[in-house]
Design a protein around this ligand. Structure first.
Ligand code: NAD
Length: 286
């Protein structure tokens, strides 16, 4: 069997086109959606991620602003900027690019973003809403994975989903979203014993560990849907996912490539959340 490729690049492009129509409609009513990105320091990967997000804003009619701070910027300066962005009616979404330098506490920075502008969905209010099954902003990467699964018609109800990784921004919200769709969910992590025994049971396998090519073909059940969230920069400068793509493609039913799978969907979900935040602010004013 050769797996069907879940083409996140193509799906994200069609989502962006639809979002542009909505953003343009809002702009005609005097409310162009606006996203503010807060970038502290000069981490190379973070700069690339923020650049991609700003480019996606430009393509979709979302106004963007970049708030850059030096690597040694004091936490107070970052928190004050977030407070002023919270109060700015032209800004509907605020993203704080992670990781932050050590003098800026990430929990405090994320908590400083107003819940209605927390388009990354990393704040306690939005994470709590996800846990409780209430509407809110869902973290963009797991939200993008769900869109890919839905678009491909991958069956979820009653299926076993195994997630490798338990971070608050990917693994845990991914588990909650799959649970909402009636999958039976197992979360694995760095202390999990006999990982391969678990991954081999997965109908849906989500790899989000940040370990290049750690998921080999022998860890995958034939016909499974394999979602590769990992983005790992190798010593030679190339990118690799957490899945050993070529051999796994030969036995999986569906697979996402890296790049071109989950990454573009993450960015599309960020734009969608920003457009939604703008639309909600109109509703709140009306
Ligand atoms: P993280 O470092 O916060 O979490 C990694 C998780 O993997 C941890 O829970 C850890 O216990 C687990 N883990 C690590 N090694 C393991 C092992 N050998 N076996 C089992 N579990 C193991 O990372 P994160 O922020 O969740 O990101 C994970 C990966 O996804 C990274 O490569 C990151 O770059 C990538 N990422 C991609 C996107 C995207 O848009 N595609 C978005 C966010 C993160």
């Amino acid at each position: 069997m050769t797996a069907r490729i879940l083409d996140g690049k193509a799906l994200a492009a069609s989502l962006r086109a639809a979002l542009k129509a909505t953003a343009d409609g809002l702009a005609q009513r005097g409310l162009q959606p606006g996203l503010a990105a807060v970038l502290v320091g000069d981490d190379a990967a973070s700069q690339v991620y923020v650049r991609n997000k700003i480019r996606a804003c430009d393509e979709t009619g979302v106004r963007s602003e970049l708030h850059r701070f030096a690597a040694d910027a004091p936490e107070r300066a970052v928190l004050e900027r977030i407070a002023s962005l919270n109060a700015d009616p032209k800004v509907h979404g605020i993203l704080v690019q992670l990781p932050l330098p050590k003098q800026v506490n990430s929990e405090r920075a994320l908590a400083a973003v107003a819940a209605q502008k927390d388009v990354d969905g990393f704040g306690a209010e939005n994470l709590g809403a996800l846990l409780a099954g209430r509407p809110g902003f869902v973290p963009c990467t797991p939200a993008g994975v769900m869109r890919l699964l839905e678009h491909a018609g991958v069956p979820l109800a009653g299926r076993h989903a195994v997630i490798v990784g338990r971070s608050t921004i990917v693994g845990k919200p991914m588990a909650l979203l799959l649970l909402q769709k009636d999958a039976t969910v197992t979360i694995c992590h760095s202390k999990t014993a006999r990982l391969a025994d678990l991954t081999r049971q997965a109908d849906i396998l989500v790899a989000a560990a940040g370990r290049p090519r750690m998921i080999g073909a022998q860890m995958v059940k034939p016909g499974a849907c394999v979602i590769d969230v990992g983005i790992n920069r190798l010593a030679d400068g190339t990118l690799a996912g957490d899945v050993d793509f070529s051999p796994v493609r030969d036995i999986a039913g569906w697979i996402t490539p890296v790049p071109g799978g989950v990454g573009p969907m993450t960015v599309a979900m960020l734009i969608e959340n920003t457009v939604r935040a703008a639309a909600k602010s109109v509703a709140a004013r009306a």
